[in-house]
Ligand binder design. Structure first.
Ligand SMILES: Cc1ncc(C[n+]2csc(CCOP(=O)(O)OP(=O)(O)O)c2C)c(N)n1
Ligand code: SF4
Length: 294
């Protein structure tokens, strides 16, 4: 962000001048523009200064988003941006910390970090660009690729069943769980805003079109539908689980989009700070030890 942008006001300059190298038709464009709009609108509506948004990227096509938006940002290593996000949020409670991760990045290399951030109810937002393929490395299968998927590393088709990431998140303690689709952009923006404003661990799996290695546009257009108000009781675990299980990322079935689960619970960063408060002696000792190693 440039220093002359006034805090708290959406700026036209939220798209950075970095050269964009995504393929034509890539769903990442929708995510980029809807995140830009979500940040700008939340800044205006909620009075959040633009410099209080922090984006983290994983490694892959998805991660480039953090270069393309003119907002404070940080690249994690492959699958490891989530613990860095928790650290940033722990260090500064005023920040809105948003991770943009890939399905290979976070459901394979980084799954442990995702699970533990959800378990802790860390007050961060995780947006998964779920194109169900490793895009940047040219088309290998990921944990959400459907059974039989023929990719560069599996020309005979994979013999594994995909995992349902929403079910994993519900089981491990995420307090806000949603799914969007890159062809339903207004809906996607609303999901982003809701997730960012949720207090606690919020998770949005975005069905993202990879135009080059796994283009599921026709399939999603035919199967995806928006959940209507009252169709799921978002405060009730069993109701959310029933809706989440309508589609298992494999079989032919209607694909619900929207918010499945949203509850308030104490957040990790506050509990941790409360624990550390009043331990001045210990903090001084830590500083002394760190100082000796400098
Ligand atoms: C630990 C580690 N393993 C493998 C790689 C190589 N690598 C870089 S990007 C990538 C695939 C990224 O796929 P995904 O997370 O699905 O993101 P996409 O490119 O589809 O957005 C891999 C395997 C790496 N950088 N680090
Ligand atoms: S390979 Fe797929 S995910 Fe990567 S930029 Fe191209 S269309 Fe997008």
């Amino acid at each position: 962000m440039t220093p002359d942008q006034p805090p708290g006001r959406p700026a036209g300059g939220l798209i950075s001048p970095a050269e964009n190298t995504w393929c034509p038709g890539c769903g990442n464009f929708s995510i980029q523009h809807m995140m830009k709009s979500a940040v700008a609108e939340l800044s205006e509506e909620e009075g959040i200064p633009l410099e209080n948004f922090v984006l983290l990227g994983g490694i892959g096509c998805h991660g480039k988003l953090v270069d393309y938006l003119n907002v404070n940002s940080f690249y994690g290593i492959h699958g490891r941006s989530v613990p860095a996000a928790t650290g940033i949020r722990l260090g500064n409670p005023d920040l809105k910390v948003i991770c943009h991760v890939g399905d290979g990045d976070i459901y394979a290399e980084g799954l442990d970090h995702l699970i533990f951030a959800a378990k802790r109810n860390s007050d961060i937002t995780v947006i998964v660009h779920d194109n169900r393929v490793y895009g940047l490395t040219t088309g290998q299968y990921t944990p959400t690729s459907p059974e039989g998927f023929r990719g560069r590393s599996t020309p005979g088709g994979i013999t594994e069943h995909p995992l349902n990431p929403l079910e994993v998140m519900l089981a491990t303690g995420a307090t806000h769980i949603a799914r969007g689709y890159t062809k339903k952009v207004r809906h996607l923006k609303d999901l982003f805003k809701e997730a960012i404003m949720h207090r606690g661990f919020s998770f949005v799996d975005v069905l993202q079109i990879c135009a080059t290695y796994f283009n599921l546009t026709d399939y999603y257009n035919e199967h995806a539908y928006e959940i209507e108000a009252g169709e799921v009781e978002t405060g009730r675990y069993e109701s959310a689980l029933g809706k989440i299980r309508e589609w298992d990322y494999d079989r032919d079935a209607p694909i619900p989009l929207g918010t499945f689960y949203s509850v308030e619970k104490p957040i990790y960063e506050e509990k941790f700070r409360a624990l550390a408060a009043g331990r001045a002696e210990r903090r001084a000792l830590v500083r002394k030890v760190v100082g000796e190693w400098r």
